[in-house]
Write a new protein. Structure first.
Length: 74
């Protein structure tokens, strides 16, 4: 993934109870084209996730999506 992300700039918008940052990054799409994106991340520490499960079909719902906060925390 590191070869698909280039950080252009990072700005701290707030550093009170949690840290709010604005990041400008270049993201290489699956077709190879670079796309500039702006993301704001609100860091309050570790988080959680919900995994949708369909017990009737015994399946989970998975989505392929770039999530910058997950990327930046490793």
């Amino acid at each position: 993934m590191e070869d698909r992300i280039r950080i252009r700039s990072e700005e701290v918008l707030s550093d009170d109870w949690a840290v709010l940052k604005k990041t400008v990054l270049d993201y290489r799409r699956r077709d190879g084209q670079w796309e500039t994106q702006i993301r704001q991340t609100y860091d309050r520490g570790d988080g959680a996730v919900i995994l949708p499960f369909d017990p009737a079909r015994s399946t989970v719902l998975l989505v392929r999506q770039f999530r910058y906060p997950a990327y930046v925390t490793g």
